[in-house]
Design a protein around this ligand. Structure first.
Ligand code: UD1
Ligand code: CA
Length: 457
């Protein structure tokens, strides 16, 4: 269908969302709604894409960037009025024009292609995409005559009681013969319940002018969902999530509770990775094969290799290589790098630090601005003290070093290969190879102290 013009309507204020964010920028599975619309039309290789913006137009245009050209609708006087704003840019164009709304994120390219084919086949002046809704409330209804020919579209607020019973709805997607579209657009009036210039009224006008108008019904109502409020937004997320999860399952990823697994659109996951329910994978996360991610795990913009077991942990902009065990309740923050076969136990936080091959940080520790070599053992409660309130400092721990429990490493400090720190030490100076750093006061035992305890005689 090369050569179609595309218009995306995205100027409305989305008042039913009750939000400061322009409606079409609300996200479904991690992408703005209008991004999904663009992704559905781009594979059609359109001649041009024009987006009509209005409310929050700077934000919307900045977000969309080069994926579209723009026309501004200063006042939101209705969908017909919105399309009329494209007249200078598009009015003389030949061929057909596909019009969609920025708030219908679920259409697939396949459905749009089928609509375009139907339009080309029937040579109608306009073909509207329709769907059967179990609950058509809020949508425009498709009114047909006794022979089943489309007569017009009636908005919910203008519909009679009989018309409201119609379950065939206007999805808000149309293909027009471009010249005919602009020949009737200025004839659309606003004498209706909302005082708006309705794009759907063009069908009635074209039909009265003797032009053939048609409808193409898609069998999947879910694709047509229009997101006008937060309830519909949640529903759109649910549908999109199911689609994404199905794709991963078909690729060999095991989801134990798909309905409770939140995977954003761009996440990649390798085969035989097992994911429990209540796992969230966001952004540009890439996950390899044969991993296990247990409930409560949340991973954002991170790269995970193969064969890891990540238990109820949070990762942001982190890199995890292969065959590690992480968690429960570990927190990997930006620039954490966990090398092969390393282990991070419970309540371990790692930030801008590398934990080397087979190294272990088992319990209750903070590793920040540090490089740990291979086979390092970090005892419970160790803190890398990396911040003086203004600057961050780096520490280095060599291969096979043994860090006693409750060590404080006051950066900058270098602990050599096979060096040791005594438990409870506050390490401020470098430790050379095979030496032990001990920095704590000696224990003294006070004889017969028991009787000096206030309540014990
Ligand atoms: C619209 C249709 C309805 C259809 C439904 C499908 C009209 C009059 N009604 O209703 O028949 O069933 O979509 O989802 O077209 N917009 C502008 N400028 C405006 C008004 C709206 O750009 O002046 C944009 C909005 O940002 C939105 C789209 O057009 O992306 C649709 O507008 P909206 O107000 O959501 O229309 P609905 O009431 O959903
Ligand atoms: Ca809508």
């Amino acid at each position: 269908m090369e050569g179609t013009n595309v218009v995306i309507l995205a100027a409305g204020n989305g008042s039913r969302m009750k939000s400061n964010l322009p409606k079409v920028l609300h996200e479904v599975a991690g992408k703005a709604m209008v991004d999904w619309v663009l992704s559905a039309v781009e594979p059609l290789s359109p001649k041009n894409i024009l987006t009509v913006t209005g409310v929050g137009n700077e934000k919307v245009q900045a977000h969309i960037g080069k994926r579209s050209d723009f026309v501004i609708q200063e006042k939101q006087l209705g969908t017909g009025h919105a399309v009329l704003q494209t007249k200078a840019a598009l009015g003389n164009a030949k061929g057909s024009t596909l019009i969609l709304s920025g708030d219908t994120p679920l259409f697939t390219t396949k459905t749009l292609e089928a609509l375009l084919e139907e339009h080309a086949r029937t040579k109608a002046a306009v073909t509207v995409l329709t769907a059967h809704a179990d609950d058509p409330t809020g949508y425009g209804r498709i009114v047909r005559d006794d022979e089943g020919m489309v007569l017009k579209i009636v908005e919910q607020k203008d519909a009679s009681i009989t018309e409201r019973r119609i379950q065939e709805i206007n999805t808000g997607v149309y293909v027009f013969d471009n010249q005919l579209l602009f020949s009737v657009l200025s004839k659309v009036g606003n004498d209706n319940a909302q005082g708006e210039y309705y794009l759907p009224d063009t069908l009635d006008i074209l039909r009265e002018a003797g032009q053939p108008i048609g409808a193409y019904e898609t069998m999947d109502f879910d694709e047509s969902l229009g997101v006008n409020d937060r309830v519909a937004l949640a529903k759109a997320n649910e549908i999109m999530r199911a689609r994404i999860n199905e794709k991963h399952m078909r690729n060999g990823v095991e989801l134990l509770d798909p309905a409770q697994t939140y995977i954003e659109a761009d996440v990649q996951i390798g085969q035989d990775t097992v994911i429990e329910g209540n796992v969230t994978l966001k952004g540009k996360t890439v996950i390899g094969r044969d991993n296990v991610l247990t409930a409560g795990t949340r991973i954002e913009d991170s790269t995970i290799g193969d064969g890891n077991v990540i238990t109820s942990s949070h990762l942001e902009e982190a890199t995890v290589k292969n065959k590690t065990t992480i968690g429960p309740y570990a927190h990997l923050r930006p620039l954490a790098v966990i090398e092969d076969e390393a282990h991070l136990g419970n309540f371990v936080e790692v930030k801008k630090a590398t934990v080397g091959l087979r190294s272990k940080v088992g319990h209750l520790s903070y590793v920040g601005n540090a490089t740990l070599g291979e086979d390092v053992n970090v005892g419970a409660g160790t803190i890398f003290v990396n911040y003086d309130g203004v600057n961050k400092f780096d520490s280095k721990v060599g291969d096979r070093a043994f860090i006693g429990s409750n060590t404080k490493i006051i950066a900058p400090v270098t602990i050599a290969d096979e060096a040791i720190t005594a438990a409870g030490s506050t390490i401020t100076d470098d430790i050379q190879k095979h030496a032990m750093g001990i920095a704590r006061s000696r224990q003294t035992n006070k004889e017969d102290f028991w009787k000096r305890m206030p309540h014990k005689k």
